[in-house]
Design a protein around this ligand. Structure first.
Ligand code: FAD
Length: 433
């Protein structure tokens, strides 16, 4: 016999719900709010609503919670397949949560090393890199880089740094939008994993796994979510799907969303970052401690490396933007090969013989993410604000893409979940049961 918690988490869900497809799913108690997805935004909204005594049902397509926040332990060391840095630590509420719940966090002060082939460059040699990065920051405000900046020999690498932030190369996102991000305080890291922190935060939230929603029907009287297990009705729905899931029509709304709301989903596409985790049999790096390494190159095809994650023999490589799409399309073996080639160029020696195994992410071809984090298209500043307004008194949007000052992050997703819960309660208070 499965209990309600197991049922909601998907254990035995197929048996319990088989045969309901296409008609209204039987529910023991009327549902106030359906929350679609179990990422950082949705889990936050659900936790807040549950704490207020509201009857909530969370429907998640995957067989796990966390969405783009997920800590992998398959290499023996926790590494985050999605988010790993707690950005803006002075204004990031998850930092407080981590500290209050005995999660160790520390500032990312890892030494930055740039290699020219196998030669480690000194601080004076890389001063030009830091200078062009600063100049680009200033020039971004004018929405165009000067010819002098573009001609700077360090420009391609500095451009790659900006690409990591937005998941796409600089000319392709709204500068006005990116300037709203509040970056106060150090970036922190969390050895147990940022995904693990979210899982801890949401440990009491019941989630029905393996239940993709395909359509959301809404009327003045309520909402209905069509799922692989049937149709589920509620008074209000919280939707925090990655915007591209809606823009691509993977989840549709009946009737259609107002045009400016649908347009806003198109205006906030997801860029790409992918990770490659490499496990070695012994330490192949000159230091025992974690460092941040980059090979100097001018073709935008570089990977950035965290050499020894938590001082272990696992090294994490990060690729972003156009090159990340290219590597993802080439497949896991090619991604690992490219990372090993770059490391061998920098380190030389018998690195390949010490290679044990690797793992890679493929966020753009993940049907439930379709990318890494949102950016705003040039000229479309304001799209995020549109999605903070409920639709039809029944639909509340959340998700990192709706949080103007913290978009693209887990703490932004969390903050949007807090807003969505407040909004859902307001709608419930004003609507008929
Ligand atoms: C490689 C990478 C690196 C990152 N680095 C950082 C970082 O260092 N710091 C940081 O703060 N952020 C980082 N981020 C971004 C951060 O992970 C996200 O902003 C955040 O996790 C998004 O949360 P969300 O709830 O808005 O969306 P999601 O986590 O995407 O949640 C949406 C949920 O909806 C589910 N879903 C999708 N379709 C359906 C459907 N049809 N029916 C039901 N459920 C569905 C999904 O499975 C998912 O669980 C990174 C992301 C990636 C991918």
């Amino acid at each position: 016999m499965i209990n309600r918690r197991q049922l909601l988490q998907g254990v035995g869900a197929a048996a319990a719900f088989s045969g309901f497809s296409g008609r209204l799913l039987a529910q023991s108690a009327p549902i106030d709010v359906i929350v679609i997805g179990a990422g950082g935004a949705e889990l936050t909204a659900a936790k807040e609503l549950l704490a207020a005594g509201i009857n909530v049902l969370v429907l998640e397509a995957r067989d796990r919670i966390g969405g783009r926040a997920f800590t992998d332990t398959s290499l023996g060391v926790p590494w985050d397949r999605g988010c790993s840095w707690l950005h803006a630590s002075d204004v990031n509420p998850l930092v407080t949560y981590a500290r209050q719940n005995d999660f160790e966090v520390f500032a990312d002060k890892f030494p930055r090393q740039i290699y020219d082939g196998s030669r480690r460059m000194g601080g004076a040699e890389t001063a030009g890199y830091r200078a062009v990065q600063k100049r680009m920051g200033r020039e971004m405000a004018e929405a165009a880089f000067t010819q002098a900046t573009i001609a700077d020999p360090w420009y391609p690498m500095a451009e790659s740094g900006l690409t990591s932030w937005e998941g796409i190369e600089p000319p392709n996102y709204s500068v006005l939008d990116s300037q709203q991000f509040i970056e106060e305080g150090d970036d922190l890291m969390i050895p147990r994993g940022y995904g693990s922190l979210l899982a801890h935060y949401a440990r009491e939230v019941p989630v029905r796994l393996r239940t993709p929603v395909s359509r959301i029907r809404w009327t003045a009287r309520g909402v209905t979510a069509d799922t692989n297990a049937g149709a589920i009705g509620a008074r209000v729905v919280v939707v925090a799907l990655p915007p591209v899931v809606i823009a691509d029509g993977a989840v549709i709304f009946s009737p259609h969303l107002p045009v400016e709301v649908l347009q806003a989903h198109h205006d906030l596409p997801l860029g790409l970052m992918n990770k490659v985790a490499l496990k070695f049999r012994r330490n192949v790096f000159p230091s025992e401690r974690t460092e941040f390494w980059q090979l100097r190159r001018n073709d935008g095809r570089g990977i950035e490396f965290l050499t020894r994650l938590w001082d272990s023999n696992v090294c994490i490589g990060l690729s972003a933007g156009r090159f990340a799409y290219e590597l993802e399309a080439a497949g896991e073996a090619a991604m690992i090969e490219h990372a090993l080639t770059e490391l061998t160029t920098m380190l030389g020696g018998d690195l390949r013989r010490q290679f044990d195994r690797g793992a890679t992410t493929a966020w753009s071809s993940d049907p439930f993410a379709r990318g890494a984090y949102s950016h705003c298209l040039p000229g479309r500043y304001g799209a995020r604000a549109i999605l903070t307004r409920p639709v039809g008194g029944r639909i509340v949007f959340a998700g990192e893409h709706t949080e103007q000052t913290a978009y693209g992050t887990l703490h932004g997703a969390h903050m949007s979940g807090l807003r969505a819960a407040r909004e859902a309660r307001r709608l419930l208070a004003g609507s008929a049961a």
